[in-house]
Design a protein around this ligand. Sequence first.
Ligand code: OAD
Length: 247
Amino acid sequence: MSSGFDPRLVQRLRHARRVVALTGAGISAASGIPTFRDAQTGLWARFRPEELATPEAFRRDPRLVWDWYEWRRGLVADAEPNAGHRALARLEGLVPDFLLVTQNVDGLHQRAGSRAIVELHGNIHRNKCFAEGTVVAERLDTGERPPRCPRCGAHLRPDVVWFGETLPAQALAEADTAARGCDVLLSIGTSAAVFPAAQLPVTALQSGAMVVEVNKDPTPLSAVATFSLLGRAGELLPRLLEATWPD
Ligand code: OAD
């Protein structure tokens, strides 16, 4: 019986040695974590990023920003990885050289069992000192929100990338190297609108890789990707693995 996937896609994936998966908020949607740019339900349809996700916003109203991230941490704490996360964890064991590059900060890939991960936009579970920029596990127990850095007394902030900030250099370099050297890049659940992450599939294409998009809606990548699969990651990814490695 036909899997419904183009046989050339399946063949190239099966024989790929180096595979990169780039994920965005769409992979966590089925876990109940809101995306950013979906109309109605996306976070940026309900909140203004410049009030919540910039260093200026934090300077202006640290409690508002802190409390918003606490709310998001609560959503993540109540969430479970879904079939899409689990398929990617399985994929890591099926190809010789696999790297998962995520824009998500929710840690659900790790909870699903993925190990080779590069987090381009940080992780919501970590904090760093707003003054020093260093990751801090402890906090001064003053009962304040945001809490304060135990070393210098400045506010702590979530260790995520905000608008106007640069991505962690090592993470970006690792992702870029992987995109240049891979045979297949899967772009999953991302609007392909935020750079530099959105550059990675283009880099892979220019380096001769097959780029497969798995997304609920078309994006700017859809027209240039080698294959664009429209649908939900939690349904399409398990089917794609099944079609590619049937036993
Ligand atoms: P977006 O919200 O921009 O895009 C999510 C994409 O996932 C959309 O194209 C949806 O159509 C698609 N989608 C939704 N549900 C899906 C599902 N079940 N299966 C497959 N696709 C689905 O999120 P990102 O592309 O991750 O940055 O956004 C990139 C960055 O912009 C985020 O990391 C964040 C945000 O501002 C920072 O906070 C720095």
